[in-house]
Design a protein around this ligand. Structure first.
Ligand SMILES: Cc1ncc(COP(=O)(O)O)c(C=O)c1O
Length: 401
């Protein structure tokens, strides 16, 4: 590997929620007393424990060296970087007029809902569900209707019949597709997206496609942009992207939408102008330019190899060494969504017993229940493989014993 995916970074004192959690943020997790001799392995919130691509720091530092930070306009290079990236990596021809800055993908989700829905309207989501959707949609006054993904033990699939029934019954006008899907890790195929879009077209509804994970695809899987599957999709989809997952830039804030429908684009711009909150930070703009560069591209390619190895290791380990724990190998993202139901029933224990035991031994993983997984735990694998191995050794020795 040309880039560093093995150094164990010291994140203490560097403002990382993953490690330095304030007690109010940590909730019950914070109450767990960690056993002596077990350091923290951060495996919950979705950021990575690798140094970023050098081109990102270089771009930020180069800009920071100029001693002015006044009001600014996004430079042409920002839009060009996005256009080139989407063309090269996702086969999409996008013009500057289709792109708009978003203060985070979730901010974009909230704005899109405000444009397309009235308060109290229902919105279709798959479950398990990324917990951020649940928070933002409920807080903004929308009603979530879940269509459960089908889990046959080998893969997760959409239940098309259930989706359509719920759209009709609840007079739904907007659906969210998470592509790749967090937390299951599914990378939806073109056929699956086409089928879903046929339903949306039949029912005349709009789609938010959250493609924040579009560039983290494992083991040779290929991501299909939702809006590429049909003309209807192109005109009725608001796609949300960000370099933040692929390049671990969440702390810099900075996402963007891609919208082809002129009316929709205009409504989003209007909605987002209302609060004056949707303004980009100049350093975040330069970080994106550094990320979507030839070096960033090379780095991201290596990252996907590293993450594929981590995911393969973890899934094999579970299969061999953790009886009662089930997992479907993710095709994208760096998350595992393990299922502990059989283990809990066989050992007469609760998910809490298992979950907090992990934290006790320094494995800071994430409760899957807020993601609508009754017996699930979500595990972030974006760490050096040595840390992943250490975490799974601890799980075998102290948690699933
Ligand atoms: C599917 C999905 N969407 C959105 C986000 C959050 O994006 P942002 O921090 O840009 O709001 C995450 C973070 O993990 C995510 O997994």
């Amino acid at each position: 590997m040309k880039y560093d995916f093995t150094t164990i970074l010291e994140r203490y004192g560097h403002d990382a929620i993953a490690i330095d959690m304030p007690t109010d943020y940590a909730g019950n997790y914070g109450k767990v007393k960690r056993e002596e001799g077990f350091d923290v392995i951060p495996m919950w919130i979705a950021d990575m424990n690798f140094p970023v691509a050098p081109s990102i720091q270089e771009a930020i530092i180069a800009r920071a060296q100029h001693p002015t930070f006044g009001y600014y306009m996004p430079r042409k290079e920002y839009f060009k970087s996005i256009k080139d990236w989407l063309k090269k990596h996702h086969g999409l021809e996008v013009e500057t007029e289709n792109i708009g800055y978003e203060n985070g993908v979730l901010g974009g989700v909230a704005s899109a809902c405000n444009v397309l829905l009235s308060k109290g309207d229902s919105i279709l989501l798959h479950s398990p569900t990324y917990v951020g959707f649940t928070g933002v949609l409920s807080n903004a006054g929308y009603h979530i209707v879940h269509s459960k993904l089908i889990n046959d033990g080998n893969t997760w699939t959409m239940d098309y019949e259930d989706m359509e029934k719920k759209i009709v019954e609840n007079k739904i006008k907007l659906a969210i597709i998470c592509n790749p899907h967090n937390p299951s890790g599914r990378v939806w195929t073109k056929e699956e997206l086409t089928k879903a879009m046929e339903i949306f077209e039949r029912q005349g509804i709009y789609v938010i496609s959250d493609e924040i994970w579009a560039d983290i695809v494992l083991n040779g899987n290929v991501q299909t942009p939702t809006r590429s599957v049909s003309d209807y999709a192109r005109e009725h989809t608001i796609t949300l992207y960000a370099p933040s997952k692929t390049f671990s830039l969440a702390g810099l804030i900075g996402a963007y939408h891609v919208i082809f429908n002129k009316w929709l684009k205009g409504r989003m711009e209007k909605e987002e102008s209302l609060t004056h909150y949707n303004s980009q930070n100049v350093l975040s703009m330069h970080a994106l330019i550094g990320a979507y560069s030839p070096e960033g591209e090379e780095w991201a390619k290596e990252l996907n190899e590293v993450l594929s190895e981590n995911v393969n290791y973890a899934c094999d380990f579970i299969k061999k060494n953790l009886p009662g724990v089930k997992v479907i190998k993710p095709e994208g993202t760096y998350m595992l969504f393990i299922d502990c139901e059989d283990y809990c029933k066989e050992h007469n224990c609760t998910l809490d017993d298992v979950f907090y035991k992990g934290w006790q031994y320094g494995v800071y993983w994430q409760d899957g229940r807020p993601f609508h997984g009754e017996y699930n735990i979500r595990i972030n694998l974006a760490l050096p493989l040595s840390r992943v191995k250490e975490a799974f050794d601890r799980l075998q020795k102290y948690v699933f014993k």
